[in-house]
Design a protein around this ligand. Structure first.
Ligand code: FES
Length: 314
């Protein structure tokens, strides 16, 4: 996990019916908050002791504050719930510097698609795109639009005409997805099932996979096939090698051998453990690397191997 630093909670505001928005500022005497680009997230040490990742949903061009939106997850292990229940104005929280695995690519047109709380990283993108005079539109799917997080902000924004709300994909996919366009980026964030449905529809309509940029909030189902095989990991810089047995992650095998590994989410979602892959083919299970990036990089917390050996730039 990246080093955490203290911030002060300036405001705690309800957002929709089951979310809380936090406005965080630098602690007096601690300088300014690190700048971030739209799509970035931070790790937050929650009052429960668990570390959770949240997208920065405020304006990336406002250097004074960070905004996070926390959804209370009844079925969670208590990280988000502890934030929603116990965080108050004036409290100190510890967070990591921003990390971005969902950056806006350069494009002529942007189609933003959110499922529920997946709206958060797209909010900072909208502010930036609007300021740049870009051509963009948001499609926001939420079961209860009248109680959805950020409904009021979106309705009152100068870009409200670019925002389209719907309750479910059963109402149909955005018509814009029916006509693949070159130089258009699709930014997609939401629950797994929603994202898989939108991605499949979009690919079937003829878009290139590289045009679809995604951010998952939960790990997708992992298959066990690759877990059944042990494989070797070779560290190119030291020449050391070790075996990764079935059921253990590469990170776990490295740490067992006394090698330091940078870890945060341990679910393939944050990118903290990604290292260059020099040889061999990874069985990739992360949500942060594009297909092209997976040819030359691997996330150590969740990936395994499709070849008997992987050589890492470590
Ligand atoms: S620790 Fe987050 S992707 Fe591996």
């Amino acid at each position: 996990m990246s080093a955490l630093f203290p911030v002060v909670v300036h405001d705690v505001m309800p957002e929709g019916t089951d979310c809380v928005r936090l406005r965080l500022g630098a602690k007096p005497g601690q300088g300014v908050l690190p700048r971030f680009a739209p799509g970035a997230h931070v790790d937050v040490l929650t009052p429960s002791g668990l570390v959770r990742q949240y997208s920065l949903c405020g304006d990336a061009d406002d250097p004074g504050f960070y905004e996070l939106c926390i959804k209370r997850e009844a079925a969670s292990r208590g990280g988000s719930d502890s934030l929603c229940r116990t965080v108050e104005k004036g409290m100190e929280l510890h967070i990591s510097p921003p990390r971005n695995a969902f950056a806006l690519p350069a494009a002529q047109h942007y189609i933003l698609i959110a499922g529920g709380i997946g709206i958060t990283p797209l909010l900072s993108m909208m502010a930036r795109l609007q300021r740049q005079g870009a051509d963009w539109a948001l499609y926001y799917y939420t079961r209860t639009p009248d109680q959805a997080p950020f409904r009021d902000r979106l309705r009152a924004a100068p870009y409200a005409s670019r925002v389209h709300m719907a309750t479910s994909l059963k109402q149909g996919y955005p018509a814009a997805l029916s006509h693949p366009e070159a130089d258009t980026a699709i930014m997609l964030c939401g629950p797994d099932g929603f994202m898989q449905a939108v991605s499949s529809h979009t690919i079937a309509a003829g878009w290139e996979p590289a045009q679809i940029h995604t951010e998952y909030f939960r790990p997708t189902e992992m298959t066990s096939d690759d877990d059944e095989q042990a494989f070797e990991v070779v560290l190119a810089r030291s020449g050391r090698s070790m075996t990764v047995p079935p059921g253990q992650s590469i990170a776990g095998a490295l740490m067992a051998a006394g090698i330091e590994v940078s870890l945060s989410c341990e679910q393939g979602m944050c990118g903290a453990c990604v290292v260059p892959l020099l040889a061999g083919e990874g069985a990739h299970r992360d949500m942060v690397l594009t297909e092209a990036e997976q040819a030359g990089s691997i996330a150590l917390c969740c990936s395994r191997a499709r070849t008997p050996s992987l050589t890492l730039d470590l």
